[in-house]
Design a protein around this ligand. Structure first.
Ligand SMILES: *[C@@H]1O[C@H](CO)[C@@H](O)[C@H](O)[C@H]1NC(C)=O
Ligand SMILES: *[C@@H]1O[C@H](CO)[C@@H](O)[C@H](O)[C@H]1NC(C)=O
Ligand SMILES: *[C@@H]1O[C@H](CO)[C@@H](O)[C@H](O)[C@H]1NC(C)=O
Ligand SMILES: *[C@@H]1O[C@H](CO)[C@@H](O)[C@H](O)[C@H]1NC(C)=O
Ligand SMILES: *[C@@H]1O[C@H](CO)[C@@H](O)[C@H](O)[C@H]1NC(C)=O
Ligand SMILES: *[C@@H]1O[C@H](CO)[C@@H](O)[C@H](O)[C@H]1NC(C)=O
Ligand SMILES: *[C@@H]1O[C@H](CO)[C@@H](O)[C@H](O)[C@H]1NC(C)=O
Ligand SMILES: CC(=O)N[C@H]1CO[C@H](CO)[C@@H](O)[C@@H]1O
Length: 873
């Protein structure tokens, strides 16, 4: 939802002394470690004991740990696990649990490994070698390992100007090899400043080297800086252990790397069909009639709207599970939900984790009784400040919290018959520096950025004093949790800025310092389970702001509080690519921008590409002017046109989501991931492949009426005219016409696309028979896939999984045809052939029509209950 951009200004005024950009060098003075004793063979690999070398340069930023153990597990042919941990196991790893990561249990080493693992004795270092071309893809041997309680450092050599993608969450170009640059991984509520750490934590990257891809995942939930510099990647981590996973599929395809990564962290969840429709939201709807105005506005303008969202506006004093009795009374919200459902539309509301600590607020009383809120280091209740004023925070690790959260979530879902939940502010965000004191003030504290600057500075100083007064560590833990000596480059400054104090506690005495990056992830997992208890057989809809590696199995993600600017429009594409790579396929950015005022042209161009986001929603903030797409003629027209393409493609999108869910591949794909061998695509983070067959070339520059695009080799057909473009050199930049209401969309020659006739609603769209669009390649051939199920149930008794092929004039469908209410193919269109006049199917002859650039068979009436063949002549 929101962060307040003004706070950035305010914070800057505090002159953050603890936060200077850190030294980019590795600690060359560190003595490193040597193998001490015997290297053991274990059931699945090796166990290597390490001991610190003598020498100076210890205790760089923390307490040096002398004895380490390296566990190497050859888990699968393409996955290697290397964990460097302290022998005493005092360091806190990512828990082996759904709120962390459930590790696969490996019983014996895999055979026929696609990688080699080598190590050096003294100093200890290791190499991961891609077997197929002997490429050393990870190599720590030239850099000393540093292992201290609050500072771990490890570097690998990479080529100069390496092609690195990933490490997040960050707003940045997709290819991340900026010279001497740092990406900080530390969940943070910040309105998407370029290059700074924001909401989620994803210590994962893909590298493309010599046309082949591999993946590197550091499974660690502590704050860290990752430096991509010339010839080197360096991790500087403030706790935990160094638990790496390397993904080295034999074929070197980026999609295979994603498959292997999501084998480990979890596959993206399968959305229900309706979730693929268009969503609308605004923070700042004044009252329920205002929301209805938006719903009706879409209808009048005939711009598809599937789901309306209500932000915190509906709440009484912004408290979860309450209603503003004047502007959003309960009965009006129920009526809105009923109206939406009566029209086959949907409704979603926001729920924040932080709960008002007002004594007469039932969710607070209840939680207090069950003791489920986070604690200060002295055992008292931790009080922060979020929208309702002073707040407490559910501790997702408390044994009572499941019962507690289930109760309130299910009650809320029932009350409004909601279709899903939006969970925000779960970094967790809190507006004080760590603690807001005892939260006993009689009135809600004013939002700090609304105060004069001198008051902001005074309050901040008071907060800092109060925080320090509690101590920088937790009794029994001598680490400096508030101000570790190595200050990661968090854009927020000190770690506890705008979040819970690092010294606050989760159940079992775990400090927030150790679990901060998992807070949102845990909420995702827990909330999904609550929704499954509410309706066990409905696929839950949850959209989260904060996430961690693996959250995609529970939720979707939007890229947070962006701006109505051309730069943010362009960058939204790279951000979505990142989340496809992180295993959160259902992701999107706020279309038309959240902060600031969108102009007609910006919103028009944004609706055009936003119509194709895997998760597609227009969303805006309180003070910004309205940006409902029906408010401007040109935006409305562009929205209708682009959404007609999306809705026509729904079966294709749905089939891709099924693939993402089963295999782990992204729905949106950068050209370089489809063609890692084409260097010309390395930096192209504007053009987007939807799956393999649809290429989008959006305009992201103001006033442009044409756009340059690159095309992988082969034939590409214009979506609207079927005009063909034959690409022989992907390097070539082709200029495409793109008047204001038009987004260039191309179909890959060689694809068979299952399409529907677009209508206002997903349901009505689906009621139409399929059109099979057969787009021929140079050899006159094509292939495609269609997945069918009941569109919403978790368990599917029978599904259809159909492959289509077209060869030498014969269209064949085969596969699995089990789905009970199988639909029909009504129309077959062939693009790229001009000499066909008749077709025969099941003994019936059809005359073909040549229409609008395609050869068309109408009225085919083919039931998708078994395989079929259509012969064209
Ligand atoms: C950050 O922490 C340091 C102590 O390490 C302190 O001197 C500084 O004032 C803090 N800055 C902010 C903005 O809280
Ligand atoms: C990181 O790269 C960006 C873009 O090239 C640049 O603006 C920024 O200054 C760099 N940051 C550092 C710390 O070098
Ligand atoms: C609802 O809000 C709109 C927009 O501010 C305003 O025009 C209208 O008068 C309000 N309606 C009611 C019933 O308060
Ligand atoms: C769980 O809640 C009950 C009250 O419902 C309370 O008595 C109990 O102490 C709580 N458990 C823990 C571990 O706090
Ligand atoms: C608690 O909530 C009640 C009811 O909304 C309100 O009247 C009261 O002022 C609140 N108390 C505090 C301390 O905010
Ligand atoms: C945005 O538009 C509103 C009026 O709708 C205006 O009050 C506000 O100042 C504008 N904001 C900016 C940043 O231009
Ligand atoms: C786009 O056109 C408008 C109106 O002519 C002009 O004000 C604006 O500066 C132009 N923007 C760019 C980036 O050229
Ligand atoms: C923090 C950040 O990235 N702010 C940018 C948001 O977008 C506006 C343009 O709309 C820029 O001016 C800001 O710098």
């Amino acid at each position: 939802m929101r962060t307040v951009s003004h706070i950035l200004v305010a914070v800057a005024a505090f002159s953050i002394s603890g936060v200077v950009a850190q030294n980019y060098d590795v600690s060359s003075s560190a003595p490193g470690y040597a193998i001490k004793g015997k290297v053991h063979k274990t059931r699945s690999g090796l166990e290597i004991p390490l001991e610190l070398n003598d020498g100076d340069g210890v205790d760089l930023y923390g307490k040096t740990i002398r004895d380490l153990v390296v566990n190497v597990d050859f888990e699968t042919a393409d996955r290697l696990h290397v964990k460097i941990g302290d022998k005493d196991e005092k360091q806190i790893p990512v828990p082996d649990h759904a709120y962390g990561l459930e590790r696969p249990k490996t019983r014996k080493p895999a055979k026929k490994l696609n990688y080699d693992f080598k190590y050096t004795e003294n100093p200890f270092g290791f190499q991961v070698i891609r077997k197929v071309d002997k490429e050393v893809i990870f190599d720590t041997s030239d850099y000393p390992l540093v292992f201290e309680d609050q500072y771990l450092e490890l570097s690998t050599a990479v080529p100069n100007d390496a092609n690195l993608y990933g490490i997040g969450e960050v707003t940045a170009p997709f290819r991340r090899n900026n010279e001497q640059n740092v990406t900080t991984v530390f969940a943070r509520d910040a309105g998407t400043p370029f290059y700074e750490n924001i909401y989620g934590a994803h210590p994962y990257y893909n590298e493309i080297r010599k046309g082949k891809a591999h993946g590197v995942f550091l499974l660690n939930a502590h704050g860290m800086d990752v430096f991509f510099s010339e010839g080197r990647v360096t991790y500087k981590v403030i706790g935990g252990v160094l638990e790496f996973y390397f993904f080295v599929p034999k074929d070197g395809k980026p999609n295979s790397v994603l498959e292997k990564y999501t084998d480990l962290v979890g596959k993206p969840f399968m959305p229900a069909m309706w979730m693929l429709g268009w969503h609308h939201c605004r923070y700042g709807f004044k009252n329920i009639s205002h929301v209805n105005w938006a719903v009706d506005g879409y209808a009048k303008a005939n711009i598809p709207l599937e789901t309306i969202w209500v932000d915190i506006d509906y709440m009484d004093h912004m408290k979860d599970f309450t209603f503003d009795e004047i502007n959003f009374p309960e009965e009006s919200m129920v009526a809105l939900s009923e109206k939406m459902h009566a029209n086959n539309q949907r409704m979603i509301t926001m729920v924040d984790p932080a709960l008002s600590n007002n004594d007469s607020y039932l969710p607070y009383e209840h939680g207090k009784e069950m003791d489920v809120f986070m604690k200060n280091s002295d055992g008292s209740e931790y009080i922060g400040q979020v929208w309702p004023g002073f707040t407490v925070f559910p501790d997702w690790w408390h044994p009572n919290v499941t019962e507690y959260w289930d109760y309130w979530i299910i009650d809320w879902m029932k009350k409004l018959d909601l279709d899903g939940l939006w969970i925000d502010m779960n970094e967790p965000a809190s507006f004080c520096l760590g603690s807001c004191g005892d939260g006993k003030a009689n009135t809600d504290p004013p939002l700090q950025w609304e105060l004069p600057e001198e008051d902001q500075i005074r309050i901040h100083a008071e907060e800092e004093a109060a925080l320090k007064a509690r101590g920088v560590s937790i009794p029994g833990d001598d680490r400096n949790l508030l101000y570790p000596n190595y200050a990661i480059n968090s854009g927020g400054g000190n770690l506890s800025e705008r979040t819970a104090p690092m010294t606050s506690l989760h159940h079992g005495g775990i400090s927030h310092y150790d679990y901060h990056n998992l807070y949102g992830h845990a909420e995702c997992s827990l909330t999904r389970n609550s929704l499954l208890k509410y309706k066990p057989d409905e696929r839950p809809f949850i959209l989260t702001r904060s996430s961690f590696s693996g959250s995609g199995q529970y939720v979707g993600h939007w890229t947070g509080d962006n701006h109505s600017s051309w730069a943010k429009l362009k960058n939204s594409i790279a951000e979505i690519f990142n989340f496809q790579m992180f295993g959160i396929a259902y992701s999107g950015a706020d279309v038309c921008g959240f902060f600031d005022n969108a102009t007609e042209t910006l919103c028009t161009r944004w609706m055009e590409i936003g119509a194709f986001y895997p998760f597609a929603r227009n969303h805006n903030t309180l003070v910004a002017s309205h940006q409902e797409p029906f408010l401007w003629e040109r935006t409305a027209e562009a929205s209708r046109r682009a959404l007609a393409v999306r809705y026509a493609l729904l079966p294709y999108y749905y089939t891709l989501f099924e693939e993402a869910h089963r295999v782990g591949t992204g729905v949106w794909r950068p050209l370089i991931f489809a063609h890692p061998e084409v260097d010309a695509f390395l930096d192209n983070d504007v053009q987007t492949l939807v799956g393999t067959d649809i290429l989008l070339t959006p305009v992201v520059e103001e006033n442009a009426t044409s756009v340059e695009g690159q095309f992988p080799e082969g034939i590409w057909y214009d979506w609207y005219t079927y005009e063909s473009h034959v690409s022989t050199s992907p390097e070539e930049k082709v200029t495409l016409e793109a008047e204001m209401e038009h987004i260039p969309v191309h179909i890959r020659g060689g694809a068979i696309l299952p399409l529907k006739t677009p209508a206002y609603l997903v349901k009505d769209t689906y009621a139409s028979p399929y059109t099979l669009l057969v787009a021929l390649d140079q050899d006159g051939e094509a292939e495609g896939r269609l997945y069918i199920d009941d569109q919403h149930s978790v368990q599917q008794p029978a599904t259809s999984d159909i492959t289509f092929s077209y060869k030498r004039g014969v269209l064949r469908a085969k596969g699995k045809f089990d789905y009970a209410d199988a639909e029909k193919v009504g129309t077959i269109k062939i693009v790229g052939a001009d000499d066909l006049t008749t077709a025969s199917y099941n003994g019936k002859k059809f005359d073909l029509e040549s229409k609008d650039g395609a050869i068309v068979l109408e009225g085919a009436d083919i039931e998708l209950t078994c395989g079929f063949t259509v012969k064209f002549r």
